[in-house]
Design a protein around this ligand. Structure first.
Ligand code: BTN
Length: 253
């Protein structure tokens, strides 16, 4: 049972986006940290900037979680992304092997994306006032219509179907776990666990940035969350989100 996250779960049948709903209401209704909004369907689910998040009605986990990590300096905000990625990864590892985190916070099985995370922060001074952490996890959907390059669901991988609410509870338990690790100052443990499961880390693969395509190896992530790739000339390149394309998976179908 979850200790803290999911103390209050607001369950909706249909909404434009759980992230929009949660962000709009949390001020007006003074929501506590750990409040969760879950929906069966989103008419305008938000993916990473510019993308739509596809999810068939009632088939998948769609939720937004309110965090208030005011103990965390802004320079460390990527730790929130790591905590959520590790929580989804830990949940899925109980069901399937070879789950990885594709930088910054996509969850992959092999070359396919099973979950995406959208974190929207409100910054006040030098602190994170609150984060709305939206998680989309594909559970029972069997056919995907959108142009997303490589979606997959738990059902497609195992041939079984799963109760969405049970998976939400298990996810919230894992968020409790990893958030407590963060709060107790053990961020090194989070860094190590994240890098240990970082997709394509140390593997020679093809990437593209503004200077063109090249072969390189992911070294890890720097403290501000930039991806570090060593190119085949031995030079380390560092990227913010969307500044580099993974040619193996971003364009695959
Ligand atoms: C991505 O593109 O990888 C991020 C996807 C995030 C989707 C989730 S579904 C629940 C929450 N509400 C939204 O509108 N988006 C997030």
């Amino acid at each position: 049972m979850s200790l803290f996250f999911g103390n209050k779960i607001i369950k909706l049948q249909s909404i434009d986006s759980t992230n929009n709903y949660a962000t709009a209401r949390m001020y007006a209704e003074d929501w506590q940290e750990g409040t969760v909004v879950q929906a069966d369907f989103q008419s305008n689910g938000k993916g990473q900037p510019g993308n739509h998040w596809e999810s068939e009605d009632g088939q998948n986990l769609l939720c937004s979680i309110i965090l208030k990590p005011c103990f965390l300096p802004i320079r460390d905000q990527f730790l929130i992304s790591k905590v959520l990625s590790l929580s989804v990864l830990s949940l899925l590892e109980a069901y399937i092997p070879e789950v990885m985190i594709k930088w910054p916070n996509d969850i992959y099985v092999g070359q396919k994306k099973i979950s995406g995370i959208l974190i929207e922060n409100s910054i006040l001074g030098n602190k994170i006032e609150y984060s709305t952490a939206g998680i989309g996890l594909n559970i029972n959907q069997l056919i995907f219509q959108s142009k997303a390059p490589n979606p997959v669901s738990l059902s497609l991988l195992t041939g079984q179907s799963y109760p969405v609410d049970t998976l939400l509870k298990e996810l919230l338990d894992w968020i409790d776990h990893w958030y407590l690790v963060l709060k107790s100052g053990k961020s090194k443990k989070i860094d190590l666990a994240y890098e240990d499961r970082l997709y394509q880390k140390g593997i020679l693969a093809q990437y593209r940035d503004t200077s063109g395509e090249y072969w390189g190896r992911i070294l890890g992530v720097n403290p501000i969350g930039q991806l570090k790739i060593e190119d085949n000339m031995g030079k380390t390149r560092e990227y913010h989100f969307k500044e580099v394309c993974f040619l193996s998976s971003d364009t695959a179908k």
